[in-house]
Design a protein around this ligand. Structure first.
Ligand SMILES: [Zn+2]
Length: 388
């Protein structure tokens, strides 16, 4: 494989404090060498070793690729009308998930596959080089298995979310559904899943049901993560920390005890501001989490109901404007934070040996991601060292 030099970098964000200034490890006037899909060298532009090919950053900023650690890309249909109704004053309750379940069950594999591919490419153009994908709109043994099989073709970071909601046919016997999620459905999911997740929320799954689902997943070799405290206070965060989950996602309605538990754990708080934006709901208090010492990640929650965006730059801008994160904190959370939420050390940074997932911005600094919201600033994306 040939090597590539990315030269004339105005500002290189490495996320490696040993390589540069601050937590983002920023190097001015830098260059970066990619070899065999990995970062082989970073340093001053003037000292850059020779490489087979050169990509001139023209003074722009260079960052690690975004790590979107929470999406629901496998689905059919859209819910634009539900969005319009919400914007006209209706409240979001999560009930619309049933609409997507019906459409997804009816869709052939090729249609689901095409949607995942379209959204994955859409995300890549906006700088997302790693995407986690959940099931959860099948809610039958064969439909959850095929959702995960299709997701697994697009990403190794797949999550079994059979416990998304109780489907209508189990409405009067939810414990039978939990038993299915922990039994035959789990067995069918395991070959295509790395993670197990549960929507722990009033109207979805309570603490005992959620604990049973996560414990069964762990026993089958999956690692836990939790949809926690999105719509109201509840036991989700407590459960995530108790089970050593990689991430508690949403974290909008937290008690002081929840915040303290997260701060004392290795569980990342993954915030999904696209959801609050699209449901016109109060944003999570990122400042409170950061000030308490909690590790924060940002992700899109891309799904057709509550957050139909694949844009990590939008999430960075919202986190800064609406959640009182600094631009540096938001960029870190969208890259290194996402990697930590997926327990990955090879992505989310540009230290030596990291996977060469690299963004070249049409802007001199990472600040512009929040300073120029909605502007397509991603000029080039390297994925595994290859120009996409
Ligand atoms: Zn979600």
């Amino acid at each position: 494989m040939t090597s590539m030099a990315v030269t004339n970098i105005g500002e290189l964000v490495t996320n490696d404090p040993a390589a540069g200034h601050g937590r983002l490890g920023v190097l001015p006037d830098a260059a970066l060498i990619v070899d065999d899909g990995r970062v082989a060298w970073v340093g001053a532009n003037a000292l850059a070793p020779a490489a087979d090919t050169v990509l001139d950053a023209q003074g722009g900023a260079v960052l690690p690729g975004f790590v979107d650690s929470h999406t629901h890309l496998v689905f059919a249909g859209d819910r634009a009308a539900e969005f319009a109704a919400r914007m006209a004053g209706e409240r979001y309750t999560g009930g619309g998930i049933a609409t997507t379940v019906a459409a997804t069950r009816a869709a052939p594999d090729e249609e689901l596959r095409a949607t995942v591919e379209r959204l994955r490419r859409e995300a890549l153009r906006q700088g997302t080089t790693t995407v986690e994908i959940k099931s959860g709109y099948g809610l039958t043994v064969p439909d959850e298995a095929r959702m995960l099989r299709i997701a697994f073709e697009a990403s190794p970071e797949t999550t079994y979310l059979g416990a998304h909601v109780v489907p209508a046919e189990y409405a009067d016997r939810p414990d039978d559904y939990v038993a299915l999620v922990c039994g035959a459905m789990l067995d069918a999911a395991v070959p295509y899943a790395r993670w197990v997740d549960v929507f722990c929320e009033r109207g979805a799954f309570d603490a005992d049901q959620a604990r049973a689902v996560l414990a069964a997943g762990v026993a089958a070799g999956l690692a836990p993560r939790v949809h926690a405290n999105q719509l109201g206070p509840g036991p989700g965060v407590r459960l995530a920390v108790e089970l050593g989950a990689a991430s508690a996602d949403h974290c909008t309605h937290l008690s002081n005890a929840d915040v303290a538990l997260l701060a004392g754990s290795s569980t990342v708080a993954t915030l999904l501001p696209g959801g609050e934006f699209s449901t016109r709901s109060p944003y999570p208090d990122a400042r409170r989490l950061l000030d308490a010492g909690v590790t924060v990640a940002l992700a899109t929650d891309c799904n057709p109901g509550s957050s139909y965006t694949s844009s990590m730059p939008l999430c960075v801008a919202l986190a800064v404007r609406e959640m009182r994160m600094t631009p540096a904190e938001a960029v870190w959370a969208a890259t290194a934070g996402g990697a930590q939420a997926l327990r990955r050390t090879d992505i989310g940074h540009l230290g030596i040996g990291a996977r060469a997932d690299v963004l070249l911005l049409d802007a001199p600094s990472h600040l512009h991601l929040a300073y120029r919201p909605g502007v397509p600033l991603i000029r080039h994306v390297l994925h595994n060292g290859v120009l996409t």
